[in-house]
Design a protein around this ligand. Structure first.
Ligand code: GDD
Ligand code: MN
Length: 368
């Protein structure tokens, strides 16, 4: 039994495979780790397989799994999970886009109690070197979608991560496409995660195999994980649906507060109704803030904006932004597209709701 298994998925990587295996093995030795290297190859037609077979002779901790069915990066990694001879897995690309020197740190964090440790390109200290604009745009879109499900993870589609065997062994993974990490986060059983920044360096040798099909598969995967979370309430994505639901309830009750206060102020306090409306709006914003702070987001020590007053100001500003969106859409749809005014307002409300939820989650109640 090894301390950890470094899984390297490969498809036609003869230019890199020898060097990456040796680099990982050197990291093992420098850090006194009893590590296994498991290359999971999709029956490459180039010299990848002979190169690993050759290395195996001098390095007993190096192994190769050659697959002949169900070709695919994610499928290969999932197969690696099943064949690894340890309880900690690290997944790394063969093309030196991910620095092997970070492997011991990832392993340390797992030993300290993390279930998943992610190499992140999108947190402070991380980055991407030499990427064409097209790839940056695709990656930004993929990351945005992934963060809808896992808002606290900055890089949910990273190809460089460590995971405990227990997270994935019973998970009904449906591996496909390139984003195996998203599948692990969506279906695995985990609680504690940690991200480590790294700089992604684009490959020098060989070509990337990312295709349009990969993007479509990814969109399907996001939908599948969302649906999965509806029936598996222990999943991390379900926590997010609960928040959306609570945020909605608070919003609806805020409307009642708004109308009630307005009515009281006009009928009993005999206030000018224009002034009364403003007061009612602000009181409903306060009402929504308090409930979201205590209930929806349960803001505790781990929120970045530690002062409740500052969170209140942020929430207020976001709410004003939401109202502007609501009104702007109303004007656009009624005047520009002659949409029935009530329908236009309803669309405005829904878009503003999405805005309010996402921005508040990302700003007002974002975690450290
Ligand atoms: N077994 C197997 N089967 N391996 C594959 C396959 C496949 O069909 N396709 C690619 N690989 C291997 C490559 O040989 C390489 O080791 C690794 O998977 C990454 O492949 P690249 O083609 O270089 O991926 P990329 O650089 O476009 O994408 C990387 O960055 C993404 C983040 O933007 C990967 O790390 C992705 O997993 C990651 O999501
Ligand atoms: Mn690559």
């Amino acid at each position: 039994m090894y301390d950890l298994t470094v899984i390297i998925p490969t498809f036609n990587e003869e230019a890199n495979i020898r060097n990456i295996v040796l680099a990982v093995d050197a990291v093992f030795r420098e850090n006194s780790l009893n590590g296994q290297v498991l290359v999971v190859d999709d029956n490459s037609s180039d010299g990848t397989i002979p190169a690993v077979t050759d290395l195996k002779r001098t390095h007993p901790n190096v192994d190769i799994l050659v697959r002949t069915e169900d070709h695919g990066l994610s499928q290969s990694v999932a197969d690696g999970f099943r064949h690894a001879a340890s309880n900690v897995f690290v997944v790394i690309d063969a093309d030196f886009s991910h620095p092997p020197v970070l492997i011991p740190r990832m392993y340390e964090e797992i030993k300290k109690g993390c279930d998943v440790v992610i190499g992140s390109r999108y947190m402070e200290g991380g980055g991407i070197k030499d990427w064409p604009l097209k790839r940056r745009i695709i990656s930004t879109g993929a990351t945005f979608l992934g963060r809808l499900l896992f808002p606290d993870v900055t890089d949910p589609v990273s190809g460089f991560f460590a995971v405990k065997k227990s997270v994935v062994e019973d998970a009904p993974l449906k591996p496909r496409g390139y984003k195996i990490l998203l599948e692990v986060l969506g279906k695995g059983s985990w609680e504690k995660d940690k991200e480590i920044p790294f700089e992604f360096i684009d490959r020098e040798a060989g070509a990337s195999k990312l295709r349009l099909k990969t993007i479509i598969e990814y969109a399907e995967q996001v939908v599948d994980i969302s649906l999965y979370s509806f029936t598996h309430h222990e999943s991390a994505a379900w926590r997010e649906w609960k928040r959306v639901f609570k945020f909605g309830i608070v919003g609806l009750s805020g409307i009642i507060v708004n109308l009630g206060i307005l009515w009281l102020l006009v009928e009993y306090a005999l206030l000018d109704k224009n002034i009364a409306s403003l007061i009612a709006i602000e009181i409903s914003i306060l009402h929504n803030f308090v409930w979201n702070d205590l209930w929806t987001f349960r803001a505790k020590e781990d929120v970045r904006i530690t002062s409740r007053w500052q969170r209140l100001i942020a929430f207020n500003l976001v709410s004003i932004g939401g109202s502007v969106i609501n009104w702007g859409l109303f004007l656009l749809l009624t005047a520009g597209f002659s949409v029935y005014y009530l329908l236009a307002q309803l669309i405005g409300i829904l878009v503003a709701f999405v805005w309010n939820f996402l921005v508040n989650r990302r700003v007002t109640w974002t975690r450290k």
